[in-house]
Write a protein that binds this ligand. Structure first.
Ligand code: KIV
Ligand code: ZN
Length: 510
């Protein structure tokens, strides 16, 4: 793998990100994310932890068979059976990558692994060698490296390199370190690990003290040539280093880091949005790079400065991360040609059937909303439920025919719901704590989904103004399965119902 002066971006959204509570994804969703990560041009994508479940195995395998332009990685504990499972799942990969990890801190070795340092050393060497029988790109991670004894850590890293690891990853597993310490640690390791120049050093930082991005960049200043991160910084506890922040810091401050990534930064906004649509966790308004306000200049002084000369207050352009400002607006008189060519300008190449569906949705929304912005268009296109939440074609969906809600202060909300199912139309009335609750109860009565539990409900406006589109993402659990549903409308009760129906249809079909 070429390193040159580039920093490799190792994305672990589908592994470390996905294992965080509320961030789980189904197979179709993981494939959608993997395709987007490939468009983003991540160097390595960690697709999962093959041995951890049949579902994870299948997703690593399917992603390995799909992705061609990024290395596809599977995580493995330092155990033969884990490495075998990873190798098996990666068989179809054009660019396979096996990641082996073992803890090196005293606290982990003693209480979790119950292994002596000598055993850890010996196991590292044996398992890296074992993994190298399957592929060239083998990475070793010294879990909890930042709380490990440095001379011992150096010995383990040397053993891994000697055994054939091409990448040595230094995780700050519990988000404990600081930038200065991270720079020093990486520089020290490169000076003290035998044959350090034969491997790429990598950093993997968690955000428990809010320093994951700073620590990752500090690692790069200390000589790391790979940074591990996740889109929107999703991950266990306080999350992982946010890919978009790491990448843009490298780009904007290339003068300081002397290196950049190969990331297609104009795909950042779309990647962030896709993660929201799939896991239903929006980013804060002021989140760097991908927050709604990241490029908003409210103060008069700033506005004046930016109008006179953009660089007065802008260190990067919104366009560079895929955010379009003052873009062309479509409306109800816009024809199919204008719709199609605007989508093409936004980088969407839809199949004819997908285009038909998207144009039909556009027309419905344009009838209610005067101006359709690029953000609205992107929401419309990415809300093709058959793409994000497929229901078997053979399964009969329940479609929304109509609804009526009555709610207010000091009255019980009531909903009359009409759903079409094939040739039949079902109608039910339900009460609830509010209009959404009443509507969901009515859907449950018709579809028989009252046992399903609404795990999460999120709503976000896709653009500004009173007539903005409301985009709802829900997670519905039935037994072991969790399904994500999405809905989009100018009427937030309707988008809430559409999202719920979308998830309930998937449950009914499985
Ligand atoms: O945080 C961590 O230590 C990890 C390793 C498996 C790399 O996620
Ligand atoms: Zn981690």
């Amino acid at each position: 793998m070429s390193t040159q002066s580039n920093i490799r971006i190792f994305d672990t959204t589908l592994r470390d990100g996905e294992q965080a509570p509320g961030c789980s994804m189904n197979l179709a969703e993981k494939i959608e994310v993997a395709r987007q990560l490939e468009a983003l041009k991540v160097d390595v994508m960690e697709a999962g932890f093959a041995i951890s479940s049949p579902g994870d195995f299948e997703s690593v395998q399917t992603i390995a068979n799909t992705v061609k332009d990024s290395y596809v990685c599977s995580l493995s504990r330092a155990l033969e059976k884990d490495i075998d499972a990873s190798a098996e799942a990666l068989k179809g990969a054009k660019l396979p990558y096996i990641h082996v990890f073992l803890a090196t801190s005293e606290i982990h070795m003693q209480h979790k692994l119950r292994m002596t340092p000598e055993q850890v050393l010996e196991r590292t060497s044996a398992m890296v060698k074992y993994a190298r029988n399957y592929c060239d790109e083998v990475q070793f991670s010294a879990e909890d490296a930042t709380r490990s004894d440095r001379p011992f850590l150096a010995q383990v890293c040397a053993a891994a390199i000697q055994a054939g690891a091409r990448t040595i990853n230094i995780p700050d597993t519990v988000g404990y370190t600081t930038p200065a310490e991270m720079t020093d640690l990486l520089a020290w390791l490169q000076a003290n690990v035998e044959n350090a120049d034969k491997a790429v050093f990598s950093v993997h930082c968690h955000n428990d003290l809010g320093m994951a991005v700073a620590n990752s960049l500090a690692g790069a200043l200390g000589g790391a040539r790979q940074i591990e991160c996740t889109v929107n910084g999703i991950g266990e506890r306080a999350g992982n280093a946010a890919l978009e922040e790491v990448v843009m810091a490298l780009k904007v401050r290339r003068d300081l880091f002397g290196a950049d990534s190969r990331i297609e930064t104009t795909q950042i906004a779309r990647s962030s949005r896709l993660i929201y649509q799939i896991i239903g966790q929006g980013v804060p308004l002021n989140k760097a790079i991908v927050g709604k306000n990241a490029f908003a200049h409210e103060s008069g002084i700033h506005q004046h400065g930016v109008l006179a000369e953009k660089t007065t207050y802008e260190i990067m352009t919104p366009e560079s991360v895929g955010v379009r400002v003052n873009a062309m607006v479509l409306g109800k008189h816009s024809g199919r040609h204008a719709f199609e060519s605007r989508l093409a300008e936004l980088g969407y190449a839809l199949e004819p059937a997908e285009l038909d569906a998207a144009f039909a949705a556009f027309k419905v929304i344009a009838d209610r909303k005067k101006e359709i912005s690029d953000a609205d268009l992107e929401a419309i296109v990415s809300h093709r439920p058959q793409v994000l939440s497929p229901v078997e074609p053979s399964a009969q969906r329940y479609e929304l025919e109509g609804f009526h809600v009555h709610s207010g202060k000091d009255v019980t909300a009531v909903c009359v719901m009409r759903l079409a199912h094939g040739d039949e139309v079902h109608e039910e009335v339900s009460l609830g704590d509010g209009p959404v609750d009443a509507a969901y109860n009515a859907v449950d009565k018709i579809m028989g989904t009252s046992e399903a539990v609404l795990e999460s409900y999120n709503i976000q406006a896709t653009s500004d103004g009173k007539d903005a589109l409301g985009e709802v993402v829900v997670k519905l659990r039935a037994g072991e399965q969790i399904r994500t549903g999405r809905g989009l409308s100018t009427d937030i009760i309707e988008s809430s119902i559409l999202a719920y129906l979308n998830a309930a249809n998937q449950i009914a079909a499985s």
